[in-house]
Ligand binder design. Structure first.
Ligand SMILES: Cc1cc2nc3c(=O)[nH]c(=O)nc-3n(C[C@H](O)[C@H](O)[C@H](O)COP(=O)(O)OP(=O)(O)OC[C@H]3O[C@@H](n4cnc5c(N)ncnc54)[C@H](O)[C@@H]3O)c2cc1C
Length: 309
């Protein structure tokens, strides 16, 4: 079910003026495209998150949780139901000793991944440098098993606090997390909401960690169109052989443009919105790339970006 008048009244009861209706998702995604969400809310604490998720689930109202929207392509027709953003669920990053050189760091779902990386670098703790420069929230990074060739969330996470729509908050240990390429599934939780993540890091050499982070960031700036409106790498890399970017480049598609959507000249796996692009432009370019790569290399490229709506 999508939202009706009663649902609007209920949401206003919890969020007052903070409940937004017919909210453009272009404002909440790094692609800067997409139609409206019927309702858009940003709980400021776990209690608000729990109230909205639990009742929406009970009343069979459509809902989805998002972080910073840096891996989302929202269709021009928008999203039905309630979009729940975790961005306001941030507390101070906390830490505990894990014994010896181990440190355990916990961050709420809405914490920026960059803040967590910065925190680790400042303290001289090793383990998060693979994530330097990845935008988005800790919750989004956990759900996406975000990472690079240097490592992924899977390598450092040891515990998650999640919300089960039908129950209450639940602690999920590593043995119940099923990570794969840009994906997490949790045993016994069909539609988990990540509330916080705890990471296992190691005391290291602060100077060396800082220098490594600078190199990682510099390499990103050199290789990726970091300032452009995009969702990062659009396609998943094939399991073996050349990367998606290399295939797109080899197929001569760099710079290809449909409407306001363009294959970046700097990194062929980035589709960028040049300014006035629509989700339909991006989808059309995605399909063109998929067709060309299939015809040329007999490889089916799958989007890494989550398409919603
Ligand atoms: C310039 C650029 C560079 C990028 N580089 C990289 C990279 O190097 N490596 C990489 O892996 N990614 C990269 N990305 C993609 C993106 O930043 C990551 O996937 C990021 O972790 C997504 O976080 P988010 O908060 O924006 O999630 P969103 O885009 O908001 O959501 C992503 C998915 O997670 C779900 N989700 C979000 N939060 C929660 C939660 N709390 N509970 C349950 N589900 C949730 C959403 O429903 C959605 O399915 C890049 C993106 C950009 C724009």
């Amino acid at each position: 079910m999508t939202i009706d008048q009663n649902c609007k009244i209920w949401l206003k009861g919890i969020f007052a003026e903070r409940a937004k209706f017919d909210e453009s998702m272009a404002k909440h995604t790094s692609f800067r495209v997409g139609g409206c969400a019927d309702a858009f809310v940003e709980p400021e604490n776990i209690e608000e998150m729990y109230r909205v998720v639990k009742r929406a689930d009970e009343k069979k109202i459509l809902w989805m949780v998002v972080g910073d929207g840096t891996n989302l392509l929202v269709k021009d027709s928008g999203v039905r139901g309630i979009v729940i953003s975790t961005r306001k669920i941030r507390r101070q990053i906390s830490m505990a000793s894990g014994g010896g050189d181990l440190v355990r760091v916990t961050a709420a779902a809405g914490t920026r991944l960059s803040a967590l990386c910065r925190f680790a670098i400042e303290k001289g703790w090793q383990g998060m440098n693979f994530a330097v420069g990845i935008p988005g929230t800790v919750g989004g990074a956990i759900m996406m098993n975000a990472g690079t060739a240097m490592g992924t969330i899977q390598d450092v996470i040891f515990r998650i606090k999640g919300l089960d729509p039908s129950g209450s908050a639940r602690v999920i240990e590593k043995c119940d997390m099923g990570f794969s390429y840009r994906k997490l599934s949790i045993k016994g939780m069909e539609k988990p909401v990540i509330l916080e993540g705890s990471f296992s890091l190691q005391k290291g050499d602060p100077g060396a960690i800082k220098r490594e982070a600078e190199v990682v960031l510099e390499n990103r700036r050199k290789r990726q169109p970091t300032g452009a409106a995009s969702a990062g790498c659009f396609f998943k890399n094939p399991v073996s052989g050349k990367s998606a970017g290399e295939l797109i480049d080899l197929a001569g598609l760099k710079g290809k443009q449909i409407g306001g959507a363009k294959i970046s000249e700097k990194h062929a796996n980035f589709i960028i919105n040049t300014g006035d692009g629509t989700a339909a432009d991006i989808m059309a370019l995605m399909e063109t790339v998929q067709e060309e790569i299939y015809n040329t290399f007999d490889i089916k490229l799958e989007p890494e970006v989550k398409i919603v709506g």
